[in-house]
Design a protein around this ligand. Structure first.
Ligand SMILES: Nc1ncnc2c1ncn2[C@@H]1O[C@H](COP(=O)(O)OP(=O)(O)O)[C@@H](O)[C@H]1O
Ligand SMILES: [Mg+2]
Length: 279
């Protein structure tokens, strides 16, 4: 579906991505997790050919990605990090414009818009100018727009930043239902909770390097299932163990300043990055 081979991106002096290898399979819900500046948007911009790779190769459904490639573009829908709808135009006008850019026959555009407005539950806002909508609604229109040309792959770049809890859940429901219908999803986020909730596989990006990649279960297996949290001099350190018995044996020497619990995905990231990546 998506294949990145030895992809490197350098902007002048900044190395944004360093030798990235990633293979996303059809139907997968892949989460690219990382703090600000990790290279998430760069990855999305490379996959959509908005910027060229410095080194390496990218293919979508077997078609090489490049600026003038029309084959791969038909397969890809993009929900960008920054809202780039035309604020003066209505919801329907924005969607229609996208349909025309993608050369969808006018006769089909109207039906498609109706279907998508129903999917995002915004029929009553069809003729509202975009600049009158809430942030959550704009995000939903971006999703509808990305789906206009019926792509098989949807890329979402931090789709829930700045949204309230309710709108965030709504966006999650929409992408989950698309994935359940077979659509391949690549979502970037700096919210650990979001990746954990949605994704079947997660890659952790740090300063342009993919430092680990796997299903939540595979990632948790990296550390071991039991954690001893030790509190010392106002600092918490984590120790990982294969069994409760091993953890207890270790903890016996710690006095009262510890707790024992099951490992969470966040622990894995703390261990691997020595910093918290969640919000
Ligand atoms: N157009 C650009 N010119 C120069 N540097 C850039 C450009 N875009 C991104 N970068 C740099 O590349 C790194 C990764 O950025 P980005 O992919 O936007 O990270 P993220 O989306 O994970 O926050 C950052 O250090 C950023 O400053
Ligand atoms: Mg970004």
């Amino acid at each position: 579906m998506i294949q990145l081979e030895n992809v490197r991106k350098v902007y002048e002096t900044t190395v944004s991505l360093n030798n990235l290898n990633l293979h996303i399979k059809p139907g997968e819900f892949f989460g690219l997790l990382g703090p600000n500046g990790a290279g998430k948007t760069t990855t999305i911009r490379l996959i959509t050919a908005l910027t060229p790779v410095t080194e390496g190769r990218i293919k979508v459904n077997g078609h090489a990605v490049h600026r003038n490639g029309t084959r791969f573009k038909a397969d890809v829908g993009l929900v960008p990090q920054h809202i780039n709808l035309d604020p003066e135009l209505t919801v329907v006008e924005n969607l229609r414009l996208h349909g025309m850019l993608y050369k969808i026959p006018l006769s089909a555009i109207t039906g498609r818009i109706k279907e998508l407005l129903s999917f995002i539950e915004m029929e009553e806002k069809a003729d509202a100018p975009v600049n009158t909508l809430s942030g959550g609604m704009k995000r939903k229109v971006l999703i509808a727009r990305a789906l206009m040309h019926e792509p098989s792959l949807l890329l979402l770049d931090e789709p829930t930043v700045g949204l309230d809890v309710f709108s965030r859940r709504k966006v999650w429901d929409l992408v989950k239902s698309l994935n359940a219908r077979g659509m391949t999803i690549l979502l970037t986020t700096h919210y650990l909770e979001e990746a954990e909730n949605l994704c079947t596989r997660i890659g952790l990006l740090k300063k342009g390097n993919l430092i680990m990649c796997g299903s939540p279960e595979e990632l948790k297996a990296i550390t071991g299932p039991v954690v001893v949290e030790q509190f010392q001099n106002e600092k918490t350190s984590l120790h990982f163990f294969k069994s409760q018995a091993e953890a207890l044996e270790f903890a016996a020497g710690l006095g009262e300043n510890f707790s024992i619990r099951q490992a969470r995905l966040e622990d894995v990231f703390v261990k691997m990055t020595a910093e918290r990546v969640g919000a």
